[in-house]
Each structure stands twice: as C-alpha cells, then as structure tokens.
Design a protein around this ligand. Structure first.
Ligand SMILES: [Cu+2]
Length: 758
C-alpha cells in the first residue's frame, strides 16, 4: 500500500513530505480548511502573490472553490494506523481570471513558511462553477445593462428592474461552449412585491448573457413577437403573504433527551453506539462521511472509507427551444457545499442537535462561515425487533434508533435535503429530500391558442407551466468492508432471485433460487435496478470469512424508492454529458482523481474530454479483487402536481446499505429491555393535559408524564406526594412509585452545545 500511495502522490503532483517538524497540524488529515487556515495560512495571499509574479493583476482573481486537498487514501489510513507520516497539508483553489475567460487550478502548500503556491495550471477552455457570488453578480450586472433595461421597459412595461424583476442564471448547456465565454441563460420573473414568489410571474424571455463582459449574446422570446401578458396571479408562501389563517389545532410535539445525547464528538470524529466516522465538508459535495467503522464486540471494523453525494442532474422534458437547454447539474454547475443553508434552530431539525459549521471561500478568497451547515441528531427509528410468545404472553421487543446527519442546499428555486443515516442494527441509509419551488415558464402561443394548457408540464396557475422533468442523484461510496487498507481487495456481486424451471428438480413449480455473479470488469459493472428479480449488489471482502457461513463478509446495496431511467435520447446532450445518470449502479476501481462523474467543470470545449465516469469506464479496468468504488443513482420523474405549488411538499428518495453476514448475529441483541417512560396510554390518563377527550382535568399522569392514576381519577401531584382521588394507582405507579410521584423530569434538552467548525 505504501508503494501505491507513493505512486498516486506523484501522479497527483502533491508535494512530498519533508523531514522535520511542522508549523501547524490539522487535527485529522481529512479535516476541511478552517477559517484560521484561510486567514493565517492565507490561501488568497499566496495565490495573489503568485499571480503577481506571473505578471497578472491580482485583483482579477475570483476564488471559485477552495478546499483542503484530500490526501491519497492509503496515506491517510497508514497515518491513522500509526504506520505512516501525516500527509502534507495542502489546499486546492480553482480560480477564475475575471473577464479573461480563463480558469486556473492552484495548489497551495499550507505548511511552507510562508504558505505558497506549488502548482499553477491554467485549464484550457473550461468554465468554473457558478457560485452564489457569481449568481448575485450576474443579476446585478445584467440589471444595469442599458439594452436589457430597454427591453424590459418596452416589452413588459417594467421600468424598475431592481425591485420588479428577478434573474435566475443557469448554465447555457451545449449551445455555448467555453470559447464563447461565461455565457449563462438567464430566466426572468416579475415580482409583485419584495417577498413575492416571483416564479408565479415568468416572462416569455431568456437572455443569453456573459456577465464578465456584460455582453448579451442572444435574446429568445418564446411567447411570440407580440408577447403575452405576464401571468399576474400571485401564489405565495411567505409568512407575510399567506392569505389564510394559521391553523391552531396542532399541539406541541417535542423531541427530548433529558439525559443528553448518546453520541460523543472529538474534533470532527463522531462516535455513536458502535459507529465511528469523520465528518467532512467540501464546497462541491457538501457533507462527506469519512472512515466509517463499526466497533463489533471490541473490534473496530472498517465499513466505508468515504461516502458523499457526487453529482445531480435535473433534465427537463420540454423539447422546444429555448428549453432544450434546460438541464441543471447542481453540483458541478453550482457547488452544493457553497449553497448549503444555515439551518434554523427548532425548524430544520428537532430535538437535541449537534450542529457543525462549514467554512468555504467567497469569491475574493475570504473565509465565509455557514453557521449550522450540518445537523446531527438521534431519532427513534421504530421497532428494532420483536417476538410475542403467544403461549405465555411474554414479549421481547426493542426500539431501533438512528443517527441522522443532514444538510440542506438551495439551488435557485429548489431545496435539497441530504441525509446519511446510521442505525443501531448496522443499516446505513441515504435520503434525498426535494422541496422548494418548481421551475416555471410562460406558455407558448400555441398553448394559449389551445385553451391555456401546457404540452410538456402542468398548469399550476393561469399562464404558468411547471415543466415535466427528472432528478437524478449519484452517490459515491468507497467501501472498505472489514479491510484496514480501505477495501483494497473487494468484489461486487450482483445477486438475483430467479424462479426455477419446472422439471424433475422442481416438479411442483414452487422453487426459486439465488444467483450470484461477480462483476469482473467495468464493462460488466454498469447496471440497472431490477426489482422483479430482487436485484441487490453485495460488496464482499474475500479475505475475511464469516465464522458462521464460511463465506466472505459483506454489505449489500439495496435500492429503495424506484428509480426511473434517464428519459432523454442517448444521443442528446443530457444523456452524453449526464451519462453518469444513465445507469443505476456503476463500479470503478479507486482512483483519487476520479471524483466528479459529470466531469470536473461545467463546460468543456471537447465534451468527450469532460464526461467523467463515462470516460473512465472505457478503460474497462479489473474489479475482481480491486479497491471498488460504487456509484449509485437514485432518481425521480417529476410530473408536477398542483399540490407542488406554490411550494413543494418534501419528496423523499432513498436507498440503504445493510450488513450481510458481516456480524455473526443480530447486532442489537444487547439492547436493554427498558420501556420508554414518557410513552402515555392516552385513554388511561394521557389525554388529560392534551385537553382532548381524555377527560382528566389535572392528573398526575400528565404532570409527570408517567402513568399514575387510572380510571379517570383526578390527581394531585407534588414532589414526594402524589395522590389519586377517587381511583387507584395504576400498575405502573405500583411498580415504580418513586418515579411516578417524583419531581417531574425536565423536558428541556441539555444545554445546546456550541457549533463545531468543519
Ligand atoms: Cu422536481
């Protein structure tokens, strides 16, 4: 492994580690850059000094994305095992040279004195991601453009573009290549008030615009030369504009952990009920789960070296220009981490929450802290297991619990909520939640003529079409499966259940059997889900055998919500650039440069050179006994409903990883048989405080939230003295009188812990 690490370090052009001490050490080799590293190590200063040394004006640098450069896996693992040196701390900055249509990749050595640029590579013809700063700058610059202002005034009667107009810049797809510059398709909407949902008022116009040069390349009016009136009907969800009274029937529903959480956090390393992992964050991917392990009866067993959402594609189905360009790649185009929300306390996550801040770079290279970018919480996860012995009435039942890590990103009109979820029983879940506002457009003239119905979408408001579209999310999982080398020798096995043919071995026709096939090469490992065949994929370690079955220990990837195929034609730009989404599972051997399945940059002069995973797999590398990386795609065909308007209820997609012969038994047998003490039998007193039909005005049951008095008895409850009037104490109170009548336990969660930085 050391040799492999050295080769990869050399291939990546990373500086090798010199002998001697270090000025400053990160806590963990995979820790993201912190604000101090931005400021003291000064990524921006090093880049600007280097630019000046090349004769460039430092002020033209735009910091598109800055990350700590992730060391090669084998170096990290060797260091964490105490067998290797700490990987050298470096940063990777993607820079734009403003108005020069040029992108630079710079590597900054953070341990040099002072930190300095060690690599400066100008990338030919690519465009960098459209950051939040870019989006705001594009809107502001376009609104100052005299030609644009004149069109808005003459065609739409909009004279105050600053307050009456909203501009959503999207990448322009295949129509413009990088040589033309940073050309964006700007979707336009009118606002009827500052907090108005402007997506209810789309203009029949798209502007192809380069905000670096302030050049309008094209203007496309799809509503016809005469234009149409802008849809006027408001559709709002802002609290100040909702025109119906708030409902008053909901009672509080609190999640409390009076004794505190079950997790512990040290730096970015989290430990919870056997699980341990490092929490990472990048400007591009957002949340990253690193070095996930499970402590199995005292032995720490690796499960997954790295897991993160790798790419998103949202292709739209409207075939008529200008909407044939409408396809968003929400990670490579925008940077999901850059778009992460600061989570709202008491809203985005409930209960006792550990928040992690994220530090990203703004366009000028300054650290920008996203407060509470990631939340972590324990959640009840239903029943873990149960058996009721009907012969004697004895029950054994345990509750399952899960640890959920979540972040939410806003990409223009849409919100995405992404969660990694660890369960007590070893299940790993991934969830994508979709909400926000569907993308809208004004109707075409022929649609108006045909009665106002859109042909490729749903009429959500008069004159407003919400286009039909799809969402695909590809998750990269570098599995380890009980291998301290990070899964260096694994196999991915496709497992299916097939009916047996009728015959001598199956005379009654009831037989079915399991077939297993090792995916030998990349050409064989581009697979689709097949629920009719119960298809799952097993990731096994042939070097570690189960003492029970004698077979390799494994984890299985289980598709969750049904995933459609990508519906764009195979020759279309959506399907060629978005080739990663044309298969539900792709397996590749680990390579540290292969991280971005839709390519490293949004636009490239030669699409064949920027196709990411479609290009990698053409090497048809061996996978049998390789360091296997899984790329799983989950998706949805979104036929918009009127219920999705004006803001969409959360739609959840998921899949799971489950241990398969990894443990020798159910790993939750040691869950203690302790009933939840705050669970209340509503009909036996729990309804009192609820004020509903329980009928008890002031029961001690309600005061303590423990069952005490039954039979409709009124209660008085004071510390150390609980009395029931006109009734007998319930069996619960007889079994545990001290707890029943004791001072009520606090319902306040433990003091909120300060946020950690990522
Ligand atoms: Cu959608």
């Amino acid at each position: 492994m050391q040799q492999a690490a050295a080769v990869l370090v050399e291939e990546l052009g990373l500086p090798s580690r010199p002998e001697g001490g270090l000025a400053r050490l990160p806590e963990h080799p995979l820790d993201p850059l912190c604000a101090l590293e931005y400021e003291q190590a000064s990524v921006a200063r090093a880049c600007k000094e280097h630019a000046a040394s090349l004769g460039l004006d430092p002020d033209i640098l735009r910091f598109n994305g800055v990350n700590a450069q992730e060391p090669v896996k084998y170096e990290v693992l060797a260091f964490l095992r105490g067998e290797g040196l700490r990987p050298r701390r470096t940063a990777m900055a993607i820079l734009e040279l403003f108005a020069q249509n040029a992108v630079v990749e710079a590597v900054i050595d953070l341990e040099a004195h002072p930190p300095c640029v060690t690599a400066w590579k100008q990338m030919d013809g690519v465009q960098a991601a459209l950051t939040p700063d870019d989006v705001l700058e594009c809107e502001a610059v376009l609104k100052r453009n005299p030609r644009f202002r004149a069109i808005m005034a003459q065609r739409y009667g909009i004279s105050d573009v600053d307050t009456e107009l909203a501009v959503d810049p999207w990448y322009s797809g295949f129509r413009y290549g990088s040589p033309e510059g940073r050309v964006l398709q700007c979707l336009l909407y009118k606002r009827s008030s500052p907090d108005d949902n402007h997506y209810a008022h789309p203009l029949d116009c798209i502007i192809m615009y380069d905000f670096h040069t302030d050049k309008i390349h094209d203007i496309v009016f799809h509503g016809g030369e005469q234009g149409r009136n802008i849809p006027t009907q408001d559709a709002n969800f802002h609290r100040s504009l909702v025109d119906r009274p708030w409902r008053t029937s909901l009672k509080p529903l609190d999640v409390v952990q009076p004794e505190g959480p079950s997790w512990s956090v040290e730096g970015n390393v989290v430990t919870w009920e056997g699980w341990q992992f490092h929490l990472g964050f990048s400007w591009r991917e957002g949340l990253i789960i690193n070095d996930l392990k499970f402590c199995d009866q005292g032995r720490m067993r690796p499960v997954m070296y790295r897991g993160a959402l790798a790419e998103i594609i949202v292709p739209y189905g409207e075939p008529r220009p200008p909407f044939e360009l409408k396809c968003a790649y929400d990670i490579v185009d925008y940077g999901l981490g850059l778009c992460a929300n600061p989570l709202e306390v008491g809203c985005d996550c409930l209960g006792l929450i550990k928040y992690f801040d994220a530090v990203v770079s703004d366009s000028r290279g300054r650290p920008h802290t996203i407060r509470r970018a990631v939340c972590m919480k324990e959640e009840d996860a239903g029943m873990a297991w149960k058996h009721y012995e009907y012969r004697n009435g004895h029950t054994e039942v345990r509750r399952n619990r899960r640890l959920a890590l979540k972040f939410i990103a806003t990409i223009a009109n849409y919100e995405y909520q992404f969660s990694w979820i660890l369960h007590l029983d070893g299940t790993i879940g991934f969830e994508a939640g979709l909400t926000g506002i569907v993308s809208t457009h004004a109707l075409f003239p022929e649609e108006h003529a045909a009665g106002g119905q859109p042909q490729w979408g749903t009429l959500v408001s008069p004159g407003v079409n919400a286009h039909i579209h799809q969402h695909f999310f590809q998750v990269r999982m570098d599995m380890a499966v009980d291998d301290p080398d990070g899964g260096a020798c694994l196999q991915v096995v496709e497992v299916e259940a097939d009916p047996m043919p009728l015959g001598p071995g199956n005379p009654h026709g009831v037989g079915f059997d399991i077939t297993q096939r090792v995916l030998q090469r990349e050409s064989e490992a581009q697979r689709m889900c097949a629920p009719e065949r119960s298809r799952v994929w097993k990731i096994q370690n042939p070097r570690v055998l189960s003492p029970v079955t004698g077979k390799p220990v494994a984890w299985k990837l289980m598709p969750g919500t049904p995933c459609p195929p990508l519906l764009a034609h195979p020759t279309s730009s959506h399907a060629t650039r978005g080739a990663f989404a044309t298969k539900h599972l792709v397996v590749t051997p680990y390579h540290p440069k292969e991280m971005n399945p839709a390519g490293d940059y949004p636009l490239h002069p030669d699409p064949e050179q920027n196709r990411g995973i479609a290009q990698w797999v053409q090497a048809d590398r061996n996978l049998d006994g390789a360091d296997c990386v899984l790329w799983y795609t989950l998706g949805l065909t979104h036929v918009v409903r009127t219920e999705d308007w004006p803001v969409m209820p959360v739609e959840v997609l998921n899949f799971h990883l489950k241990p398969w012969d990894f443990f020798t038994q159910n790993p939750t047998l040691d869950l203690p048989p302790i009933p939840n003490k705050r669970t209340i039998d509503f009909d036996r007193g729990g309804g009192a405080k609820a004020g509903g039909s329980g009928g008890l005005a002031a029961s001690c049951c309600a005061a303590t939230t423990l069952g005490c008095c039954g039979g409709g008895a009124a209660c008085t409850c004071q510390p150390g003295a609980c009395a029931c009037a006109g009734g007998e104490c319930s069996s619960a109170s007889r079994a545990a009188p001290a707890s029943c009548c004791a001072k009520p336990a606090t319902t306040e969660p433990a003091a909120a812990q300060p946020s950690s930085r990522l």
